[in-house]
Design a protein around this ligand. Structure first.
Ligand code: ZN
Length: 449
């Protein structure tokens, strides 16, 4: 659905686009025109949106998340732990997830993302306890209600403690059921077209929760159906030790052995990769999602983003699950990435525009979506507008730098495919107070057991 009349987003205070000082014209869900300094739109019949107090960014793109984890934010059982004990504390709580709780969790996650300027999100759902077989369908329905663009992954776990994996038996499925449901979801929902609102990808969870057989079969299915592949990789030294002990090789070697390295694959984290591994990944076109908040909260390590980009590897951003982050705010993730990477590489190597690029063009590359992530004629009209007339920006002179340096975190307006989905800082038609009540009750029930 798109607004019928062309809209001129006029005279923004700042805009992340070339030659668009006087704004852009949106028509039929795409950017129809960029309007340079001193010019007027040539598109006839434009209505005007005055962007005189706004900074206009390409809609931010989130490439790693676990929506269900909004139900276990700041969960007492999981505080102050590294990844493996953190997971072991949370698996039994997550095993009680219901369709109703997941609907609340997915709606909260995507609403928070939209309000942070995110227009496209991925999700990695890998929990399918009995009764939750239609988890991805539930998340897609929630996305369609909110109007956000999604690339939802069908996650999986089939290696439980009984077989030497990390998760308990009751949260894993067998390989045949996983592959059959993956095929069902691709056939039912995956839209390969330019500008698609819903895409499906496949995402076995991690080397310590999935068998080699399922890793290989999933790669083959993705290749046959033309969908993308996603998983966690090289997140912690515990994972590295697990791979060395179990497979006799490092995590990236294992992934390569499973037939996974290709330009249809994007990996979450990539923290513990050495220089040669980064070069190998780049040569295959595999992309990496940097998740700075999660990596800092779990003290997993620091992704070598500048080394990756220098090697030709595309890097996107992800908020990761709201149990590790514990937020779902992509604009805050941009600031976190900026701070973390600048502290690692120095002021000459990392600027605010680098961090914005990771969340837009880099993330678009992770998801294989060249029509997203930048503002130019013909691109999808996905936009995030931040009003910078509030207290935290007062006195700021460079508008684009201000949204990162002063900590913008709440978009005033968000457009997806030419349609406003956030207006005046709110999502039209969404009763936020009722959603928070419903979600909080679901989180309490989940923890009560
Ligand atoms: Zn994750």
């Amino acid at each position: 659905m798109t607004d019928s009349a062309p809209v001129w987003i006029k005279d923004p205070l700042g805009i992340l686009a070339e030659g668009a000082e006087r704004g852009i014209v949106i028509r039929e869900g795409r950017v129809a025109e960029v309007v340079p300094s001193g010019a007027e739109p040539v598109t006839p019949g434009v209505s005007v949106f005055d962007a005189g107090r706004h900074v206009v960014l390409p809609g931010l793109i989130n490439t790693h998340h676990h929506f269900f984890q909004t139900l276990t934010r700041a969960s007492p059982a999981a505080l102050d732990r590294t990844l493996f004990p953190w997971l072991q504390a949370l698996y039994p709580i997550w095993a009680r997830l219901t369709p109703e709780a997941l609907d609340a969790a997915a709606t909260v996650a995507m609403a928070e993302l939209l309000l942070s300027g995110c227009t496209t999100t991925s999700d990695h759902h890998y929990l399918f306890p009995a009764g939750l077989e239609f988890a991805i369908d539930t998340a897609i329905a929630a996305a369609q209600r909110l109007g956000i663009r999604v690339v939802l992954t069908r996650g999986s776990m089939n290696l439980s403690q009984r077989d030497g994996g990390l998760p308990p038996d009751r949260v894993v499925q067998d390989e045949d059921a996983i592959l059959a449901d993956s095929e069902r979801l691709i056939a039912r929902y995956h839209d390969a077209a330019d500008g698609a609102m819903v895409q499906v990808a496949l995402a076995p969870c991690s080397p310590f929760s999935v068998t080699t057989s399922l890793m290989q079969a999933t790669a083959a299915l993705a290749k046959r159906t033309g969908v993308r592949l996603h998983t966690h990789l090289a997140e912690t030294t515990d994972e590295e030790a697990f791979c060395l002990a179990t497979f006799g090789c490092r995590p990236l070697d294992y992934l390569e052995r499973c037939g996974w390295l290709s330009d249809r694959t994007w990996l979450a984290h990539g923290v513990h990769l050495d220089a040669r591994e980064i070069t190998r990944l780049a040569s295959t076109g595999t992309c990496v999602t940097h998740c700075p908040c999660s990596n800092q909260i779990l003290a997993s390590g620091t992704c070598r983003v500048c080394d990756m980009e220098q090697a030709g590897l595309q890097v996107g951003l992800g908020v990761d699950g709201s149990a590790s982050n514990n937020a779902s705010n992509l604009m805050q993730e941009v600031r976190s990435a900026f701070l973390l990477q600048r502290s690692r590489y120095g002021v000459e190597k990392v600027s605010h525009t680098d961090a914005l690029r990771w969340a837009t063009q880099g993330s678009a590359a992770c998801l294989g979506r060249p029509e997203l992530g930048h503002i130019a004629v013909g691109m999808q009209a996905d936009l995030a507008l931040f009003a910078i007339d509030e207290l935290r920006f007062s006195g700021a002179l460079d508008p684009l730098a201000a949204v990162v340096l002063c900590g913008a975190h709440h978009a005033d307006r968000v457009m997806v495919a030419g349609r406003w989905v956030v207006e005046d800082g709110a999502i039209p038609g969404l009763d936020m107070a009722a959603l928070v009540r419903r979600h909080t009750a679901a989180a309490r029930t989940l923890h009560a057991g």
